[in-house]
Every structure is written in structure tokens, then in C-alpha cells.
Design a protein around this ligand. Structure first.
Ligand SMILES: CC(C)(COP(=O)(O)OP(=O)(O)OC[C@H]1O[C@@H](n2cnc3c(N)ncnc32)[C@H](O)[C@@H]1OP(=O)(O)O)[C@@H](O)C(=O)NCCC(=O)NCCSC(=O)CC(=O)O
Length: 403
């Protein structure tokens, strides 16, 4: 432990490597308190607040889409009150990016603080012991950005090394964790706070023929994890070891998924072929990540089959989960944590993966109470524009309560 001139204690980290793989030490999640919208009321609400009820065909289509998403409710910062104060959000002819950014500048770090406070409490060490911060969001277009605000709000030490990942979209959480793994394993004593905070505020617009799927899928949320490699302190409780991590881009698919910042906010494009493209490519990604973890190209050779694993898959959409389940021949409960997060919160872009890990942890603890045999090995999949797939092999104690 080192102390600065003001007497604050902080863990110094060195150029030496940490012991063993980086490990998830704490998790926290949060959603904004603005509005919770049940899925079966969503289309009515969007068309009412945007004064578009005369567009009956579009409204019917949004209703059809909503019923197929597998979502039951979503949380939003954006309320009718905010919309009344900002009529420009509903007029694509008037620039509204600045007004949206003014709100996001406060709300994105604030949401991250709520999640981080839970993670830090669980971690059991002072916030000043955090050595690195990796912040991922698609809602930051200014510098200094949400990472600096989060560091200040949490009272992190001024020596903390900050990185902000912007516009990685739904694979932002996976990329941030991959980066945290590299940092933790290469800097002995490092404790990395990974924060993903997403709000749909930049994307909200009048419903039209091209944005209904975006309206139906996305929600707001923040997820935080604290990651570090050994040696661990007595208060730290290692949960999921991050054994190997890979990134793969599917060639020729850059137009399938995308986000674009415009004067009126942000446009999303979700191509209809995304579930199929992911279905064709996930197994190759998993084989690569397992080859890296076990030093060979044959996960079966290590007596691991896909159904022996626990699964953390970005809940990008119901057909994506269905496709992955089909191609990997997974038993129906294997993606239960992802389906739960999709159902309760929708697709919260990069933050979703943290919610899935948290839900999986909760389920494993519950199953351990019933003396169920839990899988020791797991796989994490996050994907987004590129199309980019982040894959991570995880390892967890068979009994999560034994630590
Ligand atoms: C939209 C859906 C709920 C519809 O469910 P189904 O496909 O089972 O139902 P369906 O085939 O009857 O389709 C219902 C209607 O939706 C339309 N439809 C389906 N997918 C569409 C898409 N990607 N873009 C535009 N329209 C789409 C169909 O044409 C149909 O229109 P009609 O009724 O007129 O015939 C689902 O396809 C879905 O969740 N898709 C999104 C999956 C996805 O790509 N997620 C990634 C999000 S991005 C992400 O996670 C990463 C990131 O952003 O970074």
C-alpha cells in the first residue's frame, strides 16, 4: 500500500505480472429511475408521445415486433416530462444533439456511479484502491468525458489510469472486460473498475419505417465489474476467472450493424441478417478461445462439450439467442441468464453482459444451495458493429459459496 501527500492510501501496481488469470471480484448493476415501460404498452406510448397515432400501420408493426422480442419491460431515463421540455427531440429538422449531450453528460456517469457503488461495497476495499478505470458507452461525444466524471464522483485516486471506449456498441462490455484482463494480468496489484453505462436518449426519435426494431429492443442500464489478478486480499472474493479472450471480426459485415452520430442524435441500423451471421460464426470464435485457454484446438479433447459449460451471451435479441442455442445444440436452460436479462431490461447494449454475469452468479448461488452440480467452465460472447465478436473463456469454482 502506498500513500500520497494528502495521506490517501492506494495500491501501487508495478510492471510485474499478477498471479494467475484476471478474475471478476465484484459486480454491480443499476437502471435509471425515469420510466419503466411494460412491453405491451410500449407501442401505444411511443405513438402517443410522438403524436404519431395516425400512422396506424407503423404502430401495428411496432406492436407485432414488440410481441416477438422476448422483452417484458424496459427502463428509460427519458420521460414524457423531458420530451415536453425538448420538443426538438421529436423534430428531425431541428438539431438536437447538443441538448441530448447536455443530459447525457450528467446522466451517463450518474448511472455508472449507482452500479459502481454496489460493486465497490461488495469488493470490500476503498475506492482509492482502484488503479485503472475502463469506461464503455455509446453516449459520449465530449472530452473530458464520462470516465473522468465517474472517477471524480467515486473519489478515485488521481493516479488512476482511465480509458474510455466509445461507440463499440453492444460488444463494448466484452471489449472492456478483455482490456481489463490484459491490464490486470500485466500490472501486479492492479484493480480495474470496468463501467458500462448506456442510455437510449441519443437514439430516441419519431417512429418511422427504419427505426422500429431499435425502438423495440433497447433499454437503459449500467453495469460495473471490478477485475484483478492475484494475489488477493482477505476481503476479496474471486468469482469468475477470465482464462482466455479473443476478438474476431466477420469479414464483409461492416454494413450489417451500425450507429451514426448525426445533428439530431444517433441513428441505429440493425440488419435483418445479424442473427444468421452470428449463428454462422460463433462456434469458430469459441473454438479459438478454448484453443487459447487449453493450448489446443479441440475443446472436446479437454472433455468440455458446449452443454458442459455455463453461458454468458449478450442478449442482443431473441432470434440471436435462439440461433446460438440451435447451432451449438444447447439445452434450453443454458441461455436462461441471457433470456432473463432480455426479458427484464431489453438490450442495454454494452452494459447487458454485466447484467448477465450478475444474473448467472445469482443463479449459481441459488443452485449451490440446492447442492446442484455446477459447471466449472463457461463461455462469454458479446457482439456488435463490425460485426465484432468478443469471446472469453471463464472458470468458476464449482461451489460459489466455498470461497
Ligand atoms: C425484430 C424481432 C423482434 C422480430 O422477431 P422475429 O424475427 O421472430 O419476427 P418476424 O420475422 O415475424 O418479424 C416481425 C417483423 O419485424 C421485421 N424485422 C425483423 N428483423 C428486422 C430487422 N433487423 N430490421 C427491420 N425489420 C425487421 C420483419 O420483417 C417483420 O416485419 P413484418 O411484420 O412487416 O413482416 C427480432 O427479429 C429481433 O429481435 N431482431 C433483432 C436481433 C438483432 O439483430 N439484434 C442485435 C441488436 S444490436 C446489438 O445487440 C449490438 C449493437 O448494436 O452493437
Amino acid at each position: 500500500m502506498t500513500r500520497d501527500k494528502a495521506g490517501n492510501a492506494y495500491e501501487s501496481c508495478s510492471m510485474e505480472h499478477g498471479d494467475g488469470p484476471a478474475t471478476v471480484l465484484a459486480i454491480g448493476t443499476a437502471n435509471p429511475s425515469g420510466a419503466i415501460v411494460p412491453n405491451d404498452e410500449f407501442a401505444d406510448q411511443v405513438f402517443r408521445v410522438t403524436k404519431s397515432e395516425h400512422l396506424t400501420d407503423l404502430k401495428e408493426k411496432l406492436n407485432r415486433i414488440c410481441h416477438k422480442t422476448g422483452i417484458e419491460k424496459r427502463h428509460f431515463h427519458l420521460t414524457e416530462e423531458i420530451l415536453r421540455a425538448h420538443p426538438e427531440f421529436l423534430d428531425s429538422g431541428i438539431p438536437s444533439l447538443d441538448a441530448r449531450m447536455d443530459i447525457m453528460e450528467t446522466e451517463v456517469p450518474k448511472l455508472a456511479v449507482s452500479a459502481a457503488a454496489k460493486a465497490i461495497t461488495e469488493w470490500g476495499r476503498p475506492a482509492t484502491d482502484i488503479t485503472h478505470l475502463v469506461f464503455s458507452t455509446y453516449s459520449a461525444c465530449r472530452a473530458p468525458s464520462a470516465d473522468l466524471q465517474l472517477a471524480s464522483l467515486l473519489g478515485l485516486h488521481h493516479s488512476v489510469c482511465r480509458t474510455i471506449l466509445s461507440l463499440h456498441g453492444c460488444y463494448g462490455g466484452g471489449r472492456a472486460l478483455h482490456l481489463a484482463k490484459d491490464i490486470a494480468e500485466n500490472n501486479r496489484g492492479a484493480r480495474v473498475l470496468v463501467a458500462c453505462s448506456e442510455t437510449t436518449l441519443p437514439c430516441f426519435s419519431m417512429p418511422d419505417g427504419s427505426n422500429l426494431v431499435g425502438h423495440a429492443l433497447f433499454g437503459d442500464g449500467a453495469g460495473v465489474m471490478i477485475v484483478g489478478a492475484g494475489p488477493f486480499t482477505i476481503s476479496e472474493r474471486p468469482m469468475f476467472e477470465m482464462v482466455s479472450a479473443t476478438q474476431r471480426t466477420i469479414p464483409g459485415t461492416e454494413h450489417a450493424l451500425g450507429m451514426q452520430v448525426t445533428g439530431r442524435g444517433m441513428d441505429f441500423h440493425v440488419g435483418i441478417q445479424v442473427p444468421m451471421l452470428l449463428g454462422h460464426n460463433v462456434e469458430r470464435c469459441l473454438l479459438d478461445a478454448f484453443a487459447l485457454a487449453f493450448g489446443n484446438d479441440d475443446h472436446d479433447g479437454n472433455n468440455v462439450t458446449w452443454n458442459d459449460l455455463f453461458w454468458v451471451v449478450h442478449p442482443g435479441g431473441r432470434p440471436i439467442l435462439d440461433k446460438i442455442e440451435t447451432v451449438l445444440k444447447l439445452e434450453p436452460d443454458k441461455l436462461a441468464a441471457s433470456r432473463h436479462v432480455l426479458r427484464e431490461y431489453g438490450n442495454m447494449s454494452g452494459a447487458s453482459i454485466v447484467f448477465v454475469v450478475d444474473e448467472l452468479r445469482r443463479r449459481r448461488e441459488e443452485e449451490a444451495d440446492h447442492d446442484h452440480q455446477l459447471p466449472e467452465w463457461g463461455a462469454m460472447l458479446a457482439f456488435g458493429p463490425g460485426i465484432t465478436i468478443e469471446t472469453m473463456v471463464l472458470h468458476a469454482p464449482r461451489n460459489p459459496k466455498a470461497n
